[in-house]
Design a protein around this ligand. Structure first.
Ligand code: SDX
Length: 425
């Protein structure tokens, strides 16, 4: 086994090098503090691995993304979201019988407790759907307390969550508009059921367009997992305290909400709309993004891991053209997005900083075409990422090396200080 030697004063510490199945190497620092008294410091964990994992492989330099070894391009072309969810969670593609059983279980668990509707009635109308989603996922625990952690119970809890999150999202949309709640239907598949619950209504039955169903399958497959990103690391961190799955997932939803993470898809559309409103001046947007004094960033561009084109963005861009053509929609925001991409990818600043479109750059255009409101874009991301969060949570549960997550720090505050009574301050 390769090792690295750390010489610190009179202490010498030899640390093993862990090698991953795709050749990635890491220094195992488990014994660093014990042998040298040193810890490591890595703001944002850009150089720090939190775990070993067999779920998703990314190569940021080559723009590679694989779920359980299968390239995301192949899954986007040949799979459906529920099959990819099964693959991520169970580690293999299902047989047709297994997929059918999984679909039956998803259907059987697609309703939510009727009392949960009262929760929605009491959220202020302007509540952000991500805040509602995080709260309602935690609330599921009160209605479905899993009795014990065993394989069968975990599978039921996992499937229950996958199915009910989709129902909760559509219900939140309907109730926020004062519309009648539409229930899931046993004859519809996962994405078709979602679209129907969102857009069907008693006086105007919703026509389920298979182009949109397929687009939603691909959209959710592309979002399904992405190794140890901010929200997945949050699910693992919260799960490490052995809290129930609902609480860990609710924390992941909250982490995803941020505009630098999953909230970027909403931020991209708001950015494109503001560029359009100010006359479509793409050049000025690029200059602003490069100006360090200007807080403006090109949302949907850049990535901590990808230093080339995000493979998911490539697929999403093609899907924009396909969906908008089929629906005969001419969205000026897509033209602005393409002009921005053309300008940025040929600009030295973006090339030197390895800034390319990420998944969020085009995804909002597809969601707009489906009629999904902008403030629900990150909820759509969360529904897609749910199988990944669940798979990562399950993997950490089964990991013999998994411990309570509790990072260290370097203290930079005051030395020992006397308490000053209030009448002497
Ligand atoms: C997702 O991790 C994942 O896997 C996430 C995700 C997933 O599937 O889970 O892929 C989903 O979150 C995608 C990212 C969505 N966020 C955005 O699109 C927001 C815009 N992008 C950035 O803010 C930024 O690129 C991040 C947050 C995504 C990554 O930032 P890093 O790795 O912390 O890099 P940084 O902020 O330190 O920037 C490095 C340099 C800086 O310039 P210098 O000071 O070195 O000169 O690049 C510049 C930054 O100013 N930069 C940008 C920029 N992103 C980085 N400049 C202009 N526009 C941008 N978008």
């Amino acid at each position: 086994m390769e090792t690295v030697k750390i010489i610190f004063g009179d202490k010498v510490c030899e640390l093993p090098i862990i090698v991953g199945s795709e050749g990635e190497k890491g220094i195992d620092i488990s014994n660093l503090r014990k042998t040298t008294g040193l810890i490591t410091l890595d703001p944002g964990f850009a150089n720090t691995g939190s775990c070993t994992s067999a779920i998703t492989f990314m190569d940021g330099e080559k723009g590679i993304l694989r779920y359980r070894g299968i390239p995301v391009e192949d899954l986007a072309e040949h799979s459906i979201f529920t099959e990819t969810a099964y693959l991520l969670i169970n580690g293999k593609l299902p047989t047709s019988q297994e997929l059918n059983q999984f679909s039956v279980l998803l259907n059987d668990n697609s309703l939510i407790h009727e009392d949960m509707q009262f929760f929605f009635q009491n959220f202020p109308r302007a509540s952000h759907p991500m805040g509602i989603m995080s709260a309602m996922v935690t609330a599921l625990r009160s209605f479905y307390p899993e009795l014990k952690i065993n394989e069968e119970e975990i599978n039921l809890t996992v499937t229950r969550l996958l199915s009910k999150v989709r129902t909760l999202a559509a219900m939140s949309y309907k109730i926020s508009r004062g519309h009648k709640v539409i229930y899931p239907r046993p004859d519809l598949n996962y994405p078709a059921n979602f679209l129907n619950m969102m857009f069907d209504n008693p006086v105007r039955p919703y026509y389920i367009d298979n182009t949109l169903v397929q687009a939603l399958n691909v959209f959710w497959i592309l979002h399904a997992d992405h190794e140890q990103n901010c929200s997945t690391s949050t699910v693992r961190m919260v799960g490490s305290g052995r809290v129930n799955l609902y609480a860990a997932i609710s924390a992941g939803v909250a982490a995803l909400w941020g505009p630098l993470h999953g909230g970027a898809n909403q931020a991209v559309i708001e950015m494109l709309e503001s560029i359009l409103k100010s006359g479509g001046d793409v050049k000025r947007a690029i200059e602003r993004a490069k100006d360090k004094k200007d807080p403006f960033r090109l949302m949907g561009f850049g990535h901590r891991v990808y230093k080339t084109y995000d493979p998911r963005a490539r697929i999403m861009k093609k899907m924009c053209d396909k969906v908008l053509d089929k629906l005969k929609i001419n969205d000026p925001l897509l033209d602005i997005a393409k002009q921005l991409e053309d300008a940025a990818v040929s600009d030295d600043y973006f090339i030197e900083h390895h800034l390319y479109p990420n998944i969020d750059f085009y995804s909002g255009i597809v969601l707009r075409a489906m009629g999904i409101p902008t403030n629900m874009f990150t909820v759509m991301f969360a529904i897609g990422r749910l199988p990944g969060w669940i798979a990562q949570w399950k993997e950490s549960l089964d990991d013999p090396n998994w411990r309570l997550s509790r990072p260290r720090q370097i203290y930079t505050g005051l030395g020992k200080t006397r308490y000053t009574p209030i009448d002497q301050r």
